[in-house]
Write a protein that binds this ligand. Structure first.
Ligand SMILES: Cc1cc2nc3c(=O)[nH]c(=O)nc-3n(C[C@H](O)[C@H](O)[C@H](O)COP(=O)(O)O)c2cc1C
Length: 326
C-alpha cells in the first residue's frame, strides 16, 4: 500500500509502532521494521545517551530497514540531557524521530539540520497545527481511547481524525485504539495516511516484555482501562489493577488538594518491575482500550501481514461490493 506516510519514511506498510517506555527496545523496533512497518526505539528508556547509542547499534544489527527513535519531552520537573540524546540519535545514523509530550520546538533546528524527519505525537488539532507550523514532517494524532497520555480534551478518533484532516497539510497517522486492517481502512477513509499502534504491539512474540504483561492485555476487555492523574492535568490511560484503584481512591479523597507526590509510589519507577519482572499489579502502566480487540500473541510479521491483508480485502471486496451497480 502506498500513502504519503509510506513515501515520507520509505516503508512498505503504513503501520507505525509508537515509542513505549520499557517496551520499545531494539528487538521490537527491528521486528516492526523488518515486517515492513516503522519501529521506534524508545530513547528515554535508555538511562544515558551512551546507552541509547548502544541500543541504536543493536537495532542496526537486527534490521537493514528504516527505524526511528522516540524522544518524549517530559513535564518540567524531569530534565534528561536532551541535546546529548539528540547527538546520539544523529551520530547513530537515525533519519526519523518521533517526538511526544511537550513541543519539540527548541530542538527542531538541531534535528532538521541533521536531515531528520520528525513525526510529532499529540492529542489535539491545536497541537497538531503547532507541530506543522514549527516544521514537523508528519503528525501522529492520538485519540481519547489511546494507551498512555491521552490529553485533557477527551476527543475520540471518530471526531479527532476528520478534524485533523480538515486542518492539516502534512500527512498524519491515526493513533490510539488501532489493531486491525478494518481500522486501518477506517483511518484512511477519515483522512489519515496510516496508523500508529502501541498496546497491540506489546502482545506480540517479539515484544521484549514479561509474559504476564502480554497475558494481562489478552485477558483484559475494552472496559478494563482507567484514567489516572486527571486532577493533576497529566491524564494517563492505564490498565486497571490494585495499585490503580489505590490512586483513584486517593484522587477522590484528596480532591483538588492532590499533588504529584501523592501518586508517586504507584507511578514512579514501576516500568522495569512491570515489563521486565512481570509484576503487573505493582503500579500504573499505560494501556489502551484496544485491549478489547486483542485476543492473541502473534509474531509481529504475522500481525502486520494480517492487518494489511484485511485492509486490502476490505477495500477491494467489501467496500467496492457496496457500490450501487448501474
Ligand atoms: C506501555 C506503554 C508505554 C508507552 N510509553 C510511551 C513513551 O514513553 N513515549 C511516548 O511518546 N508514547 C508512549 N506510549 C504511547 C504509544 O506510543 C502510543 O501512542 C499509544 O499506545 C497508542 O495507543 P494504543 O495503545 O491504543 O495503540 C506508551 C504506550 C504504552 C501502552
Amino acid at each position: 500500500m502506498k500513502t504519503r506516510i509510506t513515501e515520507l519514511f520509505g516503508i512498505q506498510h503504513p503501520v507505525i509502532q509508537g515509542g513505549m517506555h520499557y517496551v520499545g527496545f531494539a528487538e521490537l523496533a527491528a521486528a516492526v521494521s523488518n515486517a515492513g512497518g516503522l519501529g521506534f526505539v524508545t530513547g528515554l528508556t535508555q538511562k544515558t545517551p551512551e546507552d541509547l547509542t548502544r541500543e541504536i547499534a543493536r537495532c542496526h544489527d537486527m534490521t537493514d530497514k528504516p527505524f526511528g527513535v522516540n524522544l518524549t519531552f517530559l513535564p518540567g520537573f524531569a530534565k534528561p540531557p536532551y541535546p546529548e540524546y539528540i547527538r546520539a540519535i544523529i551520530e547513530g545514523g537515525i533519519r526519523i524521530v518521533e517526538t511526544a509530550g511537550r513541543s519539540p520546538e527548541v530542538y527542531m533546528p538541531q534535528l532538521k539540520e541533521a536531515g531528520i524527519k520528525v513525526i510529532h505525537k499529540c492529542t489535539s488539532v491545536c497541537h497538531a497545527l503547532k507541530a506543522e507550523r514549527i516544521g514537523c514532517d508528519a503528525v501522529s494524532v492520538d485519540g481519547f481511547e489511546c494507551g498512555g497520555h491521552s490529553g485533557e480534551d477527551d476527543i475520540p478518533s471518530m471526531i479527532l481524525l476528520p478534524r485533523a484532516a480538515e486542518e492539516l497539510s502534512v500527512p498524519f497517522v491515526a493513533s490510539g485504539g488501532m489493531a486491525t486492517g478494518n481500522q486501518l481502512v477506517a483511518a484512511l477513509a477519515l483522512g489519515a495516511d496510516g496508523i500508529n499502534m502501541g498496546t497491540r504491539f506489546i502482545a506480540t512474540q517479539e515484544a521484549p516484555v514479561h509474559q504476564n504483561v502480554k497475558n494481562a492485555i489478552v485477558e483484559a476487555s475494552e472496559l478494563d482501562t482507567r484514567l489516572i492523574m486527571r486532577p493533576l492535568r497529566n491524564t494517563e490511560r492505564v490498565l486497571a489493577n490494585v495499585a490503580v484503584e489505590r490512586i483513584l481512591e486517593r484522587e477522590k479523597s484528596l480532591g483538588d488538594a492532590i499533588k504529584i507526590d501523592d501518586v508517586m509510589a504507584e507511578v514512579a519507577g514501576v516500568y522495569p518491575k512491570v515489563m521486565i519482572e512481570g509484576d503487573v499489579e505493582i503500579g500504573a502502566w499505560s494501556c489502551g482500550m484496544v485491549t478489547g480487540l486483542i485476543h492473541d500473541i502473534p509474531s509481529v510479521q504475522v500481525l502486520v501481514d494480517k492487518i494489511m491483508t484485511e485492509a486490502e480485502y476490505t477495500i477491494s471486496k467489501r467496500l467496492t461490493g457496496l457500490q450501487a451497480k448501474e
